[in-house]
Design a protein around this ligand. Structure first.
Ligand code: AMP
Length: 192
């Protein structure tokens, strides 16, 4: 198996680039944000709990997210590689992921971190809010809260994988195709 984490702040292009990477490499895409939005639209108890956190720009509790990832693995036993998008978002989630992968006799090959300046991120998110129907993208206060949470709780995840020699930074402020090219080179180097 070959597994990567696509990492970066809200609005850094993880979703857009994930779609392209899945098409090129055949990864199974695991976006915890998409899984949570699906639970919300199906009005499940998990969705109702998650919505109260998402609407405030807070993280959904680790045990809820880790449980959801465990069931996703159970449903995708034939996968030859996962692309993790928006997960892990805390060090506790990273440690849990490493353990779950170890049980599957595999590991993270690389964490690719998209780097984009904050002004550009806010611009992109407010623009996305006009078209995506995502309520957490329309309110600037919620967006700022998500950045604060990212810098406090999520950036240590990059350090966790840096300590394992798996962090690779990628400039995320160019064109979609330009950034895709940089991500593909990083992946191809790791796959060799
Ligand atoms: P995303 O689509 O990845 O930007 O996620 C949207 C929202 O879902 C986030 O702002 C969090 O509230 C929640 N969320 C998504 N993934 C996670 C995660 N791995 N851990 C905790 N909360 C998450």
């Amino acid at each position: 198996m070959f597994n990567i984490i696509l990492f970066g702040p809200p609005g850094s292009g993880k979703g857009t680039q994930s779609e392209k990477l899945v098409e090129k490499y055949g990864f199974v895409h695991l976006s915890t944000g998409n899984l949570l939005r699906d639970e919300i639209s199906r009005q499940t108890p998990l969705g109702t709990e998650a919505k109260s956190f998402i609407d405030k720009g807070q993280l959904v509790p680790d045990e809820v997210v880790i449980g959801m990832v465990g069931s996703f693995f159970d449903k995708n036993k034939e996968a030859t590689g996962f692309l993790f998008d928006g997960f892990p978002r805390t060090v506790a989630q990273a440690v849990a992921l490493d353990k779950l992968l170890e049980l599957k006799k595999t590991e993270i090959a690389a964490l690719l971190a998209l780097e984009v300046g904050e002004d550009e991120l806010v611009k992109r998110l407010l623009h996305r809010g006009q078209t995506s129907g995502r309520s957490d993208d329309t309110n600037e206060e919620v967006i700022r809260k998500r950045f604060a949470v990212y810098s406090k709780e999520t950036t240590p995840v990059a350090e966790h994988y840096s300590n394992l020699n798996k962090l690779q930074r990628v400039k995320g402020d160019g064109t979609i195709d330009g950034i895709f090219g940089l991500l593909c080179s990083a992946i191809d180097t790791k796959k060799k």
